[in-house]
Design a protein around this ligand. Structure first.
Ligand SMILES: Cc1cc2nc3c(=O)[nH]c(=O)nc-3n(C[C@H](O)[C@H](O)[C@H](O)COP(=O)(O)OP(=O)(O)OC[C@H]3O[C@@H](n4cnc5c(N)ncnc54)[C@H](O)[C@@H]3O)c2cc1C
Length: 421
């Protein structure tokens, strides 16, 4: 089943994933409408660490992860927090998460993620050119800094999974670290550099540029909240919103962490959780890392951005409704000062965003099994900026009735009901 170019495609959600889908569809000749009550790129896509992580084939859950969780939870400054009031709600998701941590599952997930993410820089470039912002796609690499050999060795499996899939990894020690980046703390014992990785020094500007180019190409932006769908003969005819329906020939659900409320109305209930993350944006930093640099232990990134230094990371399970706890952002700032001891700065902006996360670290991409002209593009967790262009290519190919270059089957919504994972 295909939808002819020239037909209307409604995209619910104007985050980076929805915008990339809209761009690919408009380039193919579809008449796109983006439905979103927020300005483009201002929800989770606003505040990420900006990394185009070709190497992020490693799922969050590895065979050893469970052993680390109690320690993280006991440490109020650790990388993972579960709000006590949300512990019961998130328990089923965590149970599924655990089922995906066997070595066999981890390898299968890594293969699927590698296929989706490996081409991110190459796939972003033509979209950024199209939007007039080629300078926003950089390929300078990124690094993980470890303070101890034990922590470095603790991440050996992640490096093995990456190397097995062709990712280049250089390990620096001793004086070579200081030579590479003199701003790093002298206690850093191992610096793992991944030179092929990319980054976006201003994720919001990338989204905004896509939106401007889409508008210039005739796209309509509808500032409303989608509430559901009207179907006839197994096809979506209208997207219902809080201010009346939007007629369409096809629909893409790209509503980030809010997507399950919509996909479930089409019969695809998926275990979508929000992994809340934080950032601090430091104006006028006295030092900038040479390339985006993560703390190996703390799991946060320090990324040189237009307008300052951004420290982004942390995982907090507290649901969509709870207010931010900006203490989590301050913990990131403390960590960054340990990573870069000379770091002084001007004003500090704190931010919290909702990563849309599935328990097997893979997004949901594909056609709805119930509504023949509805497509899913959500749940990218920690890698939405990275995975957006490949997701867009898959969705556009499916809508056009073509076989996508990347196999979408590992990303099907049905995987959860079929396997219980
Ligand atoms: C701290 C942090 C650091 C990160 N670092 C990186 C990184 O370095 N690299 C990387 O690749 N990824 C990173 N990510 C993840 C990345 O930011 C997300 O995966 C990505 O932004 C998700 O994009 P999205 O378009 O799916 O969602 P969003 O940006 O959240 O957009 C979804 C949109 O849908 C809209 N919406 C929701 N419900 C409705 C509705 N009912 N009707 C209409 N519209 C609706 C929302 O208003 C929103 O605009 C990070 C995330 C965080 C929190």
């Amino acid at each position: 089943m295909s939808v002819e170019p020239g037909r209307r495609v409604a995209i619910v959600g104007a985050g980076v994933v929805g915008l990339a889908c809209a761009a690919r569809l408009q380039i193919r000749g579809y008449a796109v409408t983006l439905i979103d009550p927020r300005d483009p790129g201002t929800h989770c896509s606003f505040g990420n660490a900006g990394c185009l992580s070709r190497a992020s084939c490693v799922p969050l859950g590895l065979p050893g992860t469970w052993k680390k969780v109690p320690g993280w939870l006991l440490d109020p400054k650790g990388p993972l927090v579960i709000r006590p009031s949300y512990a019961l709600s998130v328990a089923p998701w965590l149970w599924r998460f655990r089922k995906n941590t066997t070595l066999e599952r981890v390898n299968a997930i890594a293969d699927a993620l590698h296929a989706l993410l490996d081409g991110t820089v190459v796939k972003w470039r033509p979209l950024a050119d199209w939007a007039g912002v080629p300078e926003l796609i950089r390929q300078e690499g990124y690094a993980f800094a470890y303070r101890s050999e034990a922590a470095f060795l603790g991440d050996a499996l992640g490096r093995e999974l990456r190397r097995a899939r062709g990712v280049r990894i250089d390990v620096l020690t001793g004086g070579a670290i200081r030579e590479f980046d003199p701003a790093l703390a002298p206690e850093i014992s191992h610096l793992v550099v991944l030179p092929e990785q990319g980054h976006v020094p201003n994720p919001l500007r990338l989204s905004q540029a896509l939106a401007v180019r889409l508008r210039a190409g005739g796209a309509t932006f509808v500032a409303r909240e989608a509430t559901g769908f009207e179907l006839a003969g197994g096809r979506v005819q209208r997207v219902t919103t809080n201010q009346g329906p939007v007629e369409t020939d096809a629909v893409v659900i790209a509503a980030g962490a809010h997507s399950n409320a919509l996909s479930s109305q089409l019969g695809s209930e998926v275990p979508l959780e929000t992994e809340r993350g934080y950032h601090v944006m430091l104006a006028s930093p006295s030092v900038q890392p040479r390339i985006p640099t993560a703390s190996g232990e703390g799991k946060y990134f320090a990324t040189p951005m237009e307008g300052g230094l951004r420290i982004a990371g942390a995982v907090e399970f507290a649901g969509l409704a709870a207010p931010p706890n900006y203490d989590r952002a301050d913990v990131l700032l403390e960590g960054a000062k340990r990573l870069f001891p000379g770091l002084a700065h001007g004003s500090v902006e704190r931010w919290m965003g909702h990563r849309p996360s599935l328990p097997d670290s893979k997004p949901v991409i594909g056609r709805s099994p119930r509504a023949r002209n509805a497509y899913f593009a959500f749940g990218h967790g920690h890698v939405g900026l990275t995975g957006a262009p490949a997701t867009a290519e898959i969705v556009a190919a499916l809508i056009a009735g073509e076989t996508p270059a990347i196999d979408p089957r590992p990303f099907a919504a049905e995987r959860f009901s079929e396997t219980g994972r």
